[in-house]
Structures are given as C-alpha cells and as structure tokens.
Design a protein around this ligand. Sequence first.
Ligand SMILES: O=C(O)CCC(=O)C(=O)O
Ligand SMILES: [Fe+2]
Length: 476
Amino acid sequence: MAFTNTPVAAVSHQSSLRMLSVCRAKISCERIEGTSPAGAIIPKLKCSSLSSAGTEKARGELARRIKICATPGERKDCCSIHSPTVSAMRGFGVLEEESIKILDMGSYFSGDDDRVMDFCEQLRRQCHEVGFFYVRNHGVPEKLCDRMLELGRKFFDLPTEVKMQMDYTKSPQFRGYMRIGAENTAGITDFREQIELGPEESQDIDFLDREESGLVYPLYRRLRGPNQWPPDTLLPGFKRETELFMEKMNELSMHIMQALALSLGLQKNYFDSSFQYMPHYQMKVVKYPPQPASDCAEDVGMFGVGAHSDSGFLSLLLQDDVGGLQAKNTAGRWIDVPPEKGTFVVNLGEMLQLATGGYYLATVHRVVSQVGSRSRYSVPFFFNPKLDTDIRAFNMLENSNQAEGRRFRSPTENSNAFGGLSTHGGKNKLLPVFGQNAFKSFARSHVNVVRQHHKDLVKADGSVDLDKLDVEVLSS
Ligand SMILES: O=C(O)CCC(=O)C(=O)O
Ligand SMILES: [Fe+2]
C-alpha cells in the first residue's frame, strides 16, 4: 500500500479542536467560527451530548472540559490525550505499555451512562496508545469458546488425507484447509496449519461466464460463497457449533464497533450501515505446532506467524492456554499477550487505522512457536464491513490533508516501521472499496487458487494480472 509519508511540523488548531471531539464518548462536536475580544476569527466548538440518560453532574464535567479544550493554549488539560498529530510525531506504533489491559465489557453492557462513558474512554486510550487490549464479560458463552477450541484440536487430529479433501485450493473463495507452508509472512513460511472460513453462502454466479450472461460483477463478488466443512460423520457438530460461534462473534464485534464509534465521539450507530448487514468477516481455526527440534528447524520459521499488522478493521482472538502471541511497542520490544481465561484479545486493523487518520493503531504482532511438546490453538476472527464498502466514506477526521495520506500515520508506514507485513494485505496499493483490497490480497497470496478458479485474471506466463485487480468495477 503506497502512502505519502509527509512529516508533521506542528500541532494545528484544527487538530486540537478535532481532538476534543474524540476526547469523550457521547459528545458530538462541530466546528464553528467565533471572534476573539481583539476581533480575530477563532475556531470554536459547538458540542452536544449524545447521552439520553447522562447525569447532570457528568454533563457539567464534560461541559467544563469542552470549555477548556476549546480555548487555544489550554490544550494540555483536555482529557489528557494525544492528538493524532502528536502521536504521529512520536513515532509509529505507539505501544508504550509493557502489558496489555483488560477491558470489562460488563460496564459497556450495563446501560449505566457513567460506566459506559468510562468504558469508552478506556477503549479510546487503548486504541490510540496501544492498539491491543483484552475484553472480558463479552457475552460469548465460555462453554462455546471451550468447545470451539476442542473442535479445533479434533479437526487437526484428523488424518491428513481427510483434511486435504477440503484443501483451500478447491475453493474459489480461498477457504478451507491450509497445510503448513501454504502461507508465509515476508517470505518466511508461517509455522501453522489452519482452516479459513467466512460467511456461508451458496455460490450463485459463474463469474467466468461474464461475457455470455452480459453481467459484470466486481471481482470481490467472487469472495462470496460456501465454506468447506469436514464430514459430520468424522467430526460431529463441527459445522453447527462453528456457525453458532461465528454468529456470536459477529454480535460481539458489532457491539465493539458501536463502542468504538462512541469512543471516537461519533454516534453509536456510525458504523452500523456498513457492518450490520452482511459484514464480510473471516475466521480461522489455527494450530501452531511447537518449535521443531533444532536439526530440522532450518527451513521452517521460528514463528507461527511472522510480524505483521492485520489489514481489516477489527480482529478478535480466542486463544488457548499455551501462549506465544506478542505485540511490538514503540521501543521495539515485543510484549507478551499471554492467555487470559474468559477473554478475547482485540486488535485493530490497517483499515480502521486509515479510517481514523492514524488516531487508532494497527499494531504489529506475531506468534512465536513455543518450545516443548504442546501445540497452541487459536481462533482469530476478522470483522470487516460489507464488501462494497467504500472506505473513503469513513472520513472521520475531516481534515483535507488526510485525503492525500498526509499528516497521520498510514498503515504501511506502521507496518514497515517494524519490518512487518500485513498477513492479509501486504505491501500493495490500497484501493477505495474494501472488497477490492480483500480480493487482491487473497489473489496475491494464493496464486495457485487464482490459476485454478479465476483463469481470466491470469496472464499468458502464468502470473496474476495485477492490473486487473486494481481496476475499479463498481457495478454489482
Ligand atoms: O493466532 C494468533 O494468536 C494470532 C493470529 C494472527 O495474528 C493472524 O492470523 O493475523
Ligand atoms: Fe494478525
């Protein structure tokens, strides 16, 4: 993804004012112009509370903060937060903490205005300063989580021939079983095997029949289709429970998106229309074998998955009790994200980072293969908007320079700063429609699937025609 990397010179009025509108949940502010006693035009904010049940005391406190924040020169008192510009100047990947915080979603679900507000403020801090946090009391039944991990273990214990019957190369949607070696990060094989899943749909179009039918579908329409499942006779309940789990993860992700909207000072339903109906989520069930004995370790990575940032919006992770996940801080240190029973790890993807003008961080992370005899199992869930979502619409920090990728950290800057690459995105041009990026990153990573199922995208020499992936076809 190519972005202009223009250094930031100073904190402007505009950014300090905008900062205010993200400093407290449930407050929505618009910029207006006022006049100073000397007659100069000064920027001012007009703010209103989004809260329906907030106490007078809370409103009074917020009003006080807003007054302070709106006064140029007194910015430091403003909710003790950093503006996007300030964090951009501090460097990329603002993860200064040595441990990852646990946020209690019980407060968010309580309906109590003050508790919801506190939750959103903590959320904002973690997203802005760290890009990683845990959630507990999230509403997904613990039994279902345990069952999901247990089914994962059972799946990977199936004979290789059975797993290969649902090999992902059979799926035009790039879904199914991926053996070790099917994926790499920055050219090094990821030492993990996995199942790739998505929203279950029938494949009702023949996309190679475009000319005959006269229909032109955008390429990303090809990502919609069925999952590949192990036979129920061999793994009873796998499909049923996995679908139930995905449903619950969707619900939770939607709640988190709403909390994120509040935390940014936006209306709670800001993301709803893009995410609520047909979000294009992606789920994996992953097995990370322990580090192989040193004599055969040469051609496999030390890493279950190498350093990368996620390319989408929101990533939720269920992990077992083995450990190995790490996130990188600004000092360049890898911080453990150890297992915490009853939680999901949440981290943010590059598109959310882009949508917030770099205010929220897509932090680089990796999984270190563990020494010993135990494999690690995890279930990452990547929550994304519907495929035809134009990400230019998420113009949250209405700053004209942002359109040119200036002023704020861009996803690529963040990834490259740490030498990491997006597992799902990689170094490539960011396209305006979410589905275009999603299809392109799959196609680039899995050329074999393109050759088999998307022949119209392959050049005579067998390589993928990247120009075709960059074409913007917006009809559907
Ligand atoms: O399995 C994990 O702990 C993390 C997986 C991950 O980062 C990814 O698949 O993008
Ligand atoms: Fe990741």
